[in-house]
Ligand binder design. Sequence first.
Ligand code: SF4
Ligand code: SF4
Length: 425
Amino acid sequence: MALRFYINATISPPNQVKVNYNNSKSLQKVKNLVKTVGLPSIASSPHESLQKGNWVKLICGASFEDVVDIRNLSLVYTLAGVDCIDCAADASVVSAVNQGIEAARVIMPIRRPWTMISVNDDEDLHFRKAEFDPEDCPLDCSRPCEKVCPADAILFEGKKSTAEVSHGTDMPGELKGGVITERCYGCGRCFPVCPYDRIRLVTYVRDATATAELLKRNDVDAIEIHTSGRQTTAFEELWDGLGDSVRYLRLVAVSLPNIGETTISSMNEMYSIMEPRLLCLNLWQLDGRPMSGDIGRGATRESIAFAVRLADAKDRPPGFLQLAGGTNAHTVDGLKKEELFQTSITKHSRDEKLRGISSSSSNSLIGGIAYGGYARKIVGRVLNSLQSQQGLARIEDHPDHLLQALQQALALVGTVKCYNPFVTH
Ligand code: SF4
Ligand code: SF4
């Protein structure tokens, strides 16, 4: 049987945020930094950000459930001015997000980002977990799975492998540990590197009834439905299963990959399914290359290409467009090259102007960008250092770390929000 680690996190109950900071120089620097960049999000709503094309969403990960990291990430990115925080459809994860948001608002009186939960209508890469039994692993394995995991979700403890013992004095024994379930977000990178085929990727589908209950909470503002877009039966079943709970929402997002010629017709079909009960904003998340933003510069190309295609499509259904899947520090540059960065619809529709058709909307063609793996990676380095020094800690209790993390987050969010250029990586 596979052994799993569980993180026994101790954080305060939701909405009971006690912040008793010492008035350290670092905390003052955090406040000064937020004031100096002049966060537009202090004044503008997430809806306005979508209209202007400077919407930024933090993706915690549809399967990432480490509540300590999620709380700290939410705090840091709220201070950095994101418009939305997308997380797993799980009550304790939603509470962790909201607790991080409220802790940030105690430090600075900044407006709340929306809290979004992610669900799937069928099998989907974002909704799976790696599993293996470390007792089945050969002792001479060099553990490439552990090295390749971007979430530090694979950990071995106890007895050492023969490879390690050969350099020390301990006796070899069984490997203990394995996948830290809460931290695994299903990227799949461990799967192909295991030389002994010991790893399984287990998929799951979020339950519509439990999701509907979550949506009724007053601290959930939005839902994202991940779909393959290849058939709409499962999408319709999920939408029906959510029932009236969707009337509590401010935004419904549909995340889909580029499926070529049928993408637009599939979007139109899904829109017509949603329309009778769609009482709020809607958004299409263009999932270019899922869970790859931390890999490198080229990872963002597919999401840019997807955006170019959708921006040109006149027959697409209503709704904001937002990039995801491979997004990173190079995404804004890519959009600028395509003249899609904060380009308004009226300005862009040259052929419509030529034909004398005036658009009534001044919304941006692309509403904004969602960042997942890359956003978690740049702040995660600081969180890892905090954890190795302090254990499971609230980042606001360690203002030096908070300052470092915020600088990283601002450098990314600032590329979309156009903050003062002094904020650098
Ligand atoms: S699937 Fe990805 S996150 Fe999960 S354990 Fe494997 S490498 Fe780590
Ligand atoms: S790479 Fe495969 S065999 Fe080696 S430790 Fe990881 S899961 Fe076990």
